[in-house]
Ligand binder design. Structure first.
Ligand SMILES: NC(=O)c1ccc[n+]([C@@H]2O[C@H](COP(=O)([O-])OP(=O)(O)OC[C@H]3O[C@@H](n4cnc5c(N)ncnc54)[C@H](O)[C@@H]3O)[C@@H](O)[C@H]2O)c1
Length: 325
């Protein structure tokens, strides 16, 4: 029986908790919040869970085989340090932080402890990504075009640059991750960001609400990724298109469209990728076999490196080279 703890009491903690309690031979035993009240409130929804307002007390209270870290980007650091020091494996939600310095430090500590980790890049677990990779075999990727557009998430930390890191680090990170997963590593980025709409609608907005990022890939391919959070609620799109010698691969979260000469095929995948992500992590905890985990901390670090480089480029107006980690 695996005993799991969850850190954070927001939307995404619930999503993971709901999946964990439906899983055989798993008990959700501990929930950590920023207050006892918030922790107790979430814990009360699950039969074996107890709420805590102190990480140390939670970890001292009983064995945890792993912890799910579901806190906002600015809250990373002490949590992971304590888990690493105690040798407790963890699944951490993306992004790894608001900058690169902290993730670099944590990645080194994780590597030296050889700790099992998984990072919440759930789209990698979709069957459409397996299909995309299969379609790419023998093809040359010429170019990629991706986007993340929508309204501004209404959690207070998201609109502050030091809270979320901004949209490219917080949301578009998923598209950067899929670009790396399908088309390979990024070597250079150049970004232009601006504040157009959202700061006129809401108080205290310090994140840009539009961004356009050009990326050069190690393969020689080029990519263009855009994002905006300036759209009205409920409007937007998310996706990645690859232009290859074999045709066009047009991916959106529930569908892949494959177009070639005299060929058009739609692949629909509505399976829950969070369930597959959790299965892979739990399998690694039970067996030590980490091969089903599609993004661990060391891998996610490279995505963070690209999204943070884009922020630096937008600030300086200069292209930023990505050093191979
Ligand atoms: N992979 C995905 O599809 C996906 C989807 C949604 C959110 N997320 C990620 O999950 C993370 C959390 O998002 P959310 O929507 O649940 O946000 P949220 O604001 O709803 O919840 C965050 C929770 O973390 C708690 N918290 C903050 N600092 C803490 C600390 N030091 N210790 C304990 N608790 C702390 C807050 O009190 C809050 O309950 C974000 O990084 C977000 O990007 C991922």
């Amino acid at each position: 029986m695996l005993q799991i703890g969850i850190i954070g009491t927001g939307w995404f903690s619930r999503t993971h908790a709901d999946l964990l309690v439906q899983t055989q031979d798993v008990r959700l035993t501990a929930v950590l919040g920023t207050s006892q009240e918030k922790a107790d409130q979430l814990a009360s929804a699950y039969p074996d869970a107890r709420g805590y307002d102190s990480l140390r007390r939670m970890l001292d209270a009983g064995r945890l085989d792993a912890v799910y870290v579901c806190v906002p980007p600015m809250s990373h650091g002490d949590i992971e340090r304590e888990l690493i020091q105690r040798g407790i494996p963890f699944l951490v939600e993306k992004p790894l932080g608001v900058d690169l310095e902290l993730p670099l430090e944590l990645a080194e500590a994780i590597r030296s402890r050889n700790l099992i980790t998984s990072v919440g890049y759930h789209f990698r677990y979709k069957a459409t990504l397996d299909r995309m990779k299969a379609e790419l075999e023998g093809q040359t990727i010429a170019m990629a075009v991706g986007e993340w557009s929508g309204g501004m998430p209404q959690v207070s930390w998201w609109r502050r640059q030091e809270g979320s890191g901004g949209q490219f680090i917080e949301q578009t990170t998923h598209i950067v991750d899929l670009l790396r997963y399908t088309a390979g590593e990024v070597e250079e980025v150049y970004a232009a960001y601006a504040n157009r709409v959202v700061h006129t609608q809401f108080e205290g907005v310090t994140v840009p609400d539009v961004g356009s990022v050009t990326l050069k890939l190690a393969s020689g391919a080029v990519a263009s990724l855009t994002n905006t959070c300036a759209l009205p609620s409920g409007v937007g799109r998310t996706g990645l298109r690859l232009y290859t010698s074999g045709g066009l691969l047009d991916w959106t979260p529930d569908r892949l469209e494959v177009t070639g000469t005299n060929r058009l095929e739609q692949v629909v995948d509505e399976a829950n990728p969070y369930a597959a992500e959790t299965d892979a992590f739990l399998h690694a905890l039970r067996t030590g076999d980490t091969s089903r985990i599609r993004s661990d901390y060391a891998d996610a670090l490279r995505t963070q490196q690209v999204t943070y480089a884009a922020l630096q480029s937008a600030a300086s107006g200069q292209p930023v080279k990505i050093e191979r980690l």
